[in-house]
Write a protein that binds this ligand. Structure first.
Ligand code: ATP
Length: 318
């Protein structure tokens, strides 16, 4: 069984009388990607700050890499990497100098070799000796993550790793995250891009109004909300009519020659639908299971706060 890299139980945090985290619990398995989602102001940064020892919780227990964040601050800090915070890029230094400084700070043995390895891994060799101030946004993010990796932290807190990156750089970053996870690193990901959470996260938790309103794999979350249906397309109107007489629960679109049947989209139920058509000698030209995407899940789970805060797609697009 894999152990927990992060274990959070009954975590509470209030600012004055404003309760931001109202008793939240979650576990993150070692060597997995966990993504915490929620509308602006939901408490994601507060959670990260507690988990990375920057802030004290009011109640609850938090263990990171097996250490209690409240009583073993140093050990926790030694086991984690945080992008954008501990590993701030110094603009006046070159990429190589930034990495070397980090290797010195962390007293990494054979620092020169580690730095060269990271420059190669992040495709920064050509610009290694140029000042970081001349780097593009994407290069800076790569350097930031490279600096976080110095010393091989077990748990990495990745804060919006691809905001502002072009699609190619985004995919490169995703590739690096997947490699890290394959090597056993645990990633705690915050992102505004639900597609990114969908691509990378093994598990997702949705924070809303102080509580975790849902947790699960991206697929589990999508299954929780209604909207899944099987879509059948037929060769012509005659076939469509015949199929509609069999699948009476379906809604039809005559222009598209399609029927939509709501359901769970599981293999067994799709097979049952195909069997019903088959029993009447009707063939669908094509069929597909259409599921809600994570945007739909996010909007459904966080809609109570709509109107009072930025939520949903609006928040994601910012
Ligand atoms: N130091 C503070 N003092 C008082 N209130 C605070 C403080 N820090 C955060 N808050 C409030 O706590 C709530 C949660 O903030 P937090 O930054 O954790 O949310 P978030 O989910 O990270 O939001 P975003 O997506 O906008 O970054 C917000 O309403 C915020 O205004």
């Amino acid at each position: 069984m894999r152990s927990s890299a992060i274990a959070v139980s009954g975590l509470r945090k209030a600012y004055g009388d404003k309760v931001v985290l109202d008793g939240i619990d979650f576990d993150v398995a070692a060597g997995s990607v966990f993504s915490l989602l929620g509308p602006n102001g939901a408490g994601k940064t507060t959670t990260v700050n507690v988990l990375t020892t920057l802030m004290k919780a009011d109640a609850g227990t938090v263990h990171v890499a097996g250490h209690d964040v409240a009583t073993e601050t140093k050990r926790v800090r030694g086991a984690i990497g945080v992008t954008g915070q501990f590993a701030a890029v110094d603009e006046l230094l070159s990429g190589r100098e930034n990495l070397t400084l980090m290797a010195d700070l962390k007293r990494v043995r054979d620092g020169g070799r580690v730095v060269t390895g990271l420059l190669e891994r992040f495709d920064l060799v050509e610009s290694a000796d140029k000042q970081a101030s001349t780097y593009s946004g994407g290069m800076r993010r790569k350097l930031d993550l490279a600096m976080t990796l110095v010393g091989n932290p077990q748990v990495i807190f990745l804060d919006e790793p691809t905001t502002g990156l072009d699609p190619r750089s985004r995919r490169t970053m995703w590739g690096i995250v997947r490699e890290l996870v394959a090597e056993g690193t645990t990633i705690f990901l915050t992102t505004q891009y639900l597609e990114e959470a969908d691509q990378l996260a093994d598990r997702i938790a949705v924070l809303n109004q102080g509580r975790l309103v849902a947790q699960g794999t991206p697929e589990e979350l999508k299954r929780q909300i209604p909207g899944t249906h099987v879509r059948f397309r037929f060769a012509d109107l005659v076939e469509l009519d015949a199929a509609a007489r069999v699948l009476t629960e379906a809604s039809r679109d005559e222009e598209e020659l399609t029927l939509r049947v709501p359901g769970d989209g599981e293999t067994r139920s799709v097979r049952a639908l195909l069997d019903r058509l088959d029993a009447h000698g009707i063939d669908a030209q094509e069929f597909s299971v259409q599921r809600p995407d994570l945007d739909d899940v996010f909007l459904a789970l966080t809609e109570q706060t709509a109107g009072t805060q930025h939520t949903g797609k609006e928040a994601i697009a910012q």
